[in-house]
Design a protein around this ligand. Structure first.
Ligand SMILES: [Ca+2]
Ligand SMILES: [Ca+2]
Ligand SMILES: [Ca+2]
Length: 212
């Protein structure tokens, strides 16, 4: 019986180590998974200048460059809505935008391209650039971080940017989405950890019964 006890003790120790490794891995994964998501397509309503693809080509205009530069999609009026389709549901953690500095822009998100909710709002007072294009990030670790546009993560497939006011001359040089793909049928980290804990608990119960 002593040998059996020792074996179970070893199993328990191993299970505990596995759980700790698992928890560490989950913590690391959730931190490291947020990347730039390349949209499968981009679309724009209304009339605008230059190719819609410029908003997600990875080219971020230098700050202070002209709103009418060839790097940007630009327009007048508030009828234009630029939408990116991520191709699947993602957990969106952050955005990075390059916009004309003296305007307001609404950023919205949707899971179905029908029902839209507000993600954040860019105001003319945000950012530090006084003329031309201004880069802003919602990521607190980014050098262009703007606390006023920060938001809590959402699940979305579609994200849109549209001007809501300013000097009527609007421009977007980049509309970058950061996040990670929602898990597909894999138990989430919480339930995986719970299942492991249940396994350990049942082993402890078995060990107690053997000790009797
Ligand atoms: Ca660009
Ligand atoms: Ca900036
Ligand atoms: Ca403007």
């Amino acid at each position: 019986m002593l040998k059996v006890r020792k074996t179970f003790k070893q199993i328990l120790t191993h299970m505990k180590k596995t759980l700790l490794t698992l928890v560490a891995a989950i913590g690391f994964a959730s931190l490291s998974q947020a990347v730039v998501i390349n949209p499968v397509s981009a679309n724009g309503t209304g009339s605008y200048n230059n190719s819609i693809g410029l908003i997600s080509d990875g080219v971020i205009p230098s700050e202070g460059t002209a709103w009418t530069a060839s790097t940007n999609v630009y327009w007048t009026g508030t009828a234009v809505k630029l939408t990116v389709d991520l191709g699947a549901l993602y957990t969106v953690t952050d955005i990075l935008v390059s916009v004309d500095n003296n305007d307001n822009y609404a950023i919205t998100y949707s899971a179905d391209n029908i029902n839209w909710l507000s993600l954040t709002t860019i105001l003319s007072g945000h950012g530090e650039t006084g003329w031309g294009m201004d880069t802003m990030s919602s990521d607190s670790t980014h050098p262009e971080y703007v606390a006023g546009i920060d938001f809590s993560s959402v699940n979305a497939q579609y994200l849109a940017i549209q001007a809501t006011g300013g000097d009527n001359y609007y421009s977007v040089g980049e509309f970058q989405i950061h996040g990670y793909r929602d898990t597909q049928g894999v138990p989430d980290s919480g339930s995986t950890a719970l299942l492991t804990l249940v396994g350990i608990a049942s082993l402890v119960g078995l060990r107690k019964r053997l000790n009797k």
